[in-house]
Design a protein around this ligand. Sequence first.
Ligand code: ADP
Ligand code: MG
Length: 356
Amino acid sequence: MAGIDIEGLATVYPNGVRAVDGLDLTVADGEFFALLGPSGCGKTTLLRTIAGLENASEGSVRIDGADVTRLEPGKRGVAMVFQDYALFPHMSVSENITYPLKVRRVAAATRSSVAERTAGELSLQGLLERRPGQLSGGQQQRVALARAIASEGKVLLLDEPLSNLDARLRLEARTFLKKLQRDLGITTVFVTHDQAEALALADRIAVMQSGQLRQLGSPREVFARPVNTFVANFIGSTPMNLLDGAVVASDSGAVSVAGGSLPASTGSVPTGAEVTVGVRPEYLTLSVASAGDVAGPAIRGEVVVAENLGTSSLVSVDCAGTLIGVTVPEEDEPEPGTPVVLTAPEQRVLLYDKES
Ligand code: ADP
Ligand code: MG
């Protein structure tokens, strides 16, 4: 039973940089929690502050209900995996894995059985006598994970653990990590700048910018309803369309955009108000405009180009001079020059303040 409660946390470096800038966050017991944000937004600093490797300047960190804000790292019950793994090159895999136990003076016989068991859990059987330099990147990454797990922390902190692996290994390691976390049920905070990784792995995602939390939610929520254009831009493998628009009439339920219109829940936004209209390529429907009109709000345009994404295609449509991206099944990919009509369901059309 080990959740993490963070309240009003700030971490200020001696040079005055507020790398973590007033953060409230609760990670539930057993949760796989992702911290997502661009490089320099404070992810590593937050993780290191939870671990006790940086001092909190303001606020508190509680682990498993106990205030650990002023505790030294070794007494917090956390295990951290660093981005560069930080393995000891002169020690064997077995010695690396059990190093934290050796520090705690656990007997050699116990250490070697822990090494055997953990190596089994992390598919490192047969490699226990090797040095880190004799392992592949993926194996080194698993040794770093094994060392963290063998230390029997209550909380696992992972700083971009997959970022040094090549694309294929990364996907394998991602699946492996997800299964391992499920099996162990250990509370895990996973730092990444890769939105696809966060969406794939996490129970919940916190999106950070400039040391602050911008959005907290399930992968589904953060993907479908980003709270502002920063989050909207950051999440999704194809970028969200962010278009200049205006409210047609406050009770019309529509916004004018790119020479046409889309349905939107305009609520109390006044008539004529300028907004940024956000709609994901995946949520737009493209129909080939033959004859007749589409009922309800729609945008007309002409296909410019289509990119193959594997089983789907990202089609760029020129709508009165604005390019709009739409994903369609690969077999429905229209030819360049085809006149088309774009529509979207109201709940998929998001309105943002112009300046957000
Ligand atoms: P991320 O992990 O999201 O890339 P970091 O936590 O590493 O971000 O850095 C957050 C901010 O703090 C950046 O502006 C970075 O330059 C600054 N920073 C990181 N480490 C230090 C340090 N030891 N001293 C001063 N500033 C630092
Ligand atoms: Mg970092």
